[in-house]
Design a protein around this ligand. Structure first.
Ligand code: PEP
Ligand code: MN
Length: 275
């Protein structure tokens, strides 16, 4: 892989991605948390301030939602982006949100601190090139059935367009197993670390589809060397408009964060709130 040409590297020749005050790929595990979708002002501001107080590093939330059925809730679009910006004002948490279409990159980049490319768009080469022309960090999710090489080559599209601020996100792949929503490929974390200089994080929410599995799999990822986590948290998962079954309550998120600290320390990292 020849992406090194564009990257700003640390002393170990690894890229550190800077999102506002947050570093991804540095010593601290970057925890991005929030609802699957921005649903309302009340929902977002409540969960954002709770997450801030619990030690999250960044706020996630979808305003443009890729849904299997066109009749499912597909997000609040620009109204959702405005709410994310308001939540950032309130909490200071940088915002990551998905951009689904190359025509929307300018709009989304006007509100977000980091642009998420979803699994279903991992090989949307026009979109990859477009985000590569912006000076905004990009979170590139692994495609539903992408090999490591295909995923890294997708990242190359962004780097080749001039943007070296790319974070890779493992989010589970399609296998014959159906009990879990996807099959989390923990081995992708050390593999990517060997094959690439880019930071890699794990999304155990979409990876498992089951909230009870989110915390153990998140911890496995940190033990395996992940640079961060993307976790869905909802104030009331039972009433979530999308992905309720895989969303943590604030209480369960608080427990996970408190368990991550000692675990991170065991692998030479830090995690959670530092007061
Ligand atoms: C998401 O993070 O909201 C999402 C839709 O994830 P993925 O693209 O991994 O399915
Ligand atoms: Mn989701």
């Amino acid at each position: 892989m020849k992406a090194l040409k564009f990257a700003k590297l640390d002393s170990d020749n690894r890229t550190i991605v800077q999102v506002g005050p947050v570093q991804i790929g540095g010593p601290k595990i970057a925890v991005m948390a929030g609802p699957c979708a921005v649903e309302s002002r009340e929902q977002l501001l409540l969960i954002a301030s709770t997450l801030k107080s619990l030690g999250a590093d960044m706020l996630r939330g979808g305003a443009f939602k890729p849904r299997t059925s066109p009749y499912s809730f597909r997000g609040l679009a620009e109204d959702g982006l405005k709410l994310l910006a308001e939540a950032r004002e309130l909490t200071g948490l940088p915002v990551v949100t998905e951009v689904m279409d190359a025509r929307d990159v300018e709009l989304v980049a006007g509100y977000a601190d980091m642009l998420q490319i979803g699994s279903r768009n991992m090989q949307n080469f026009t979109l990859l090139h477009e985000v590569g022309t912006y000076r905004k960090p990009v979170l590139l999710k692994r495609g539903l059935s992408a090999t490591l090489e295909e995923w890294l080559l997708a990242a190359e599209y962004i780097l080749a367009a001039g943007n070296n601020q790319v974070v890779l996100c493992e989010r589970g792949i399609r296998t014959f197993e159906t009990w879990t929503r996807n099959t989390v490929d923990i081995s992708a974390i050390p593999a990517v670390k060997e094959l690439s200089h880019l930071p890699v994080i794990l999304d155990p929410s979409h990876g498992t589809g089951r909230w009870k599995m989110v915390s153990p799999v998140a911890k496995a990822a940190v033990a395996a060397g992940a640079d961060g986590l993307l976790i869905e948290v909802h104030p009331d998962p039972e009433y979530a408009l999308s992905d309720g079954p895989q969303s943590l309550t604030p209480e369960n998120f608080a427990r996970l964060i408190s368990e991550l600290g000692p675990l991170a320390q065991a692998v030479g990292r830090t995690a959670g709130a530092q007061f």
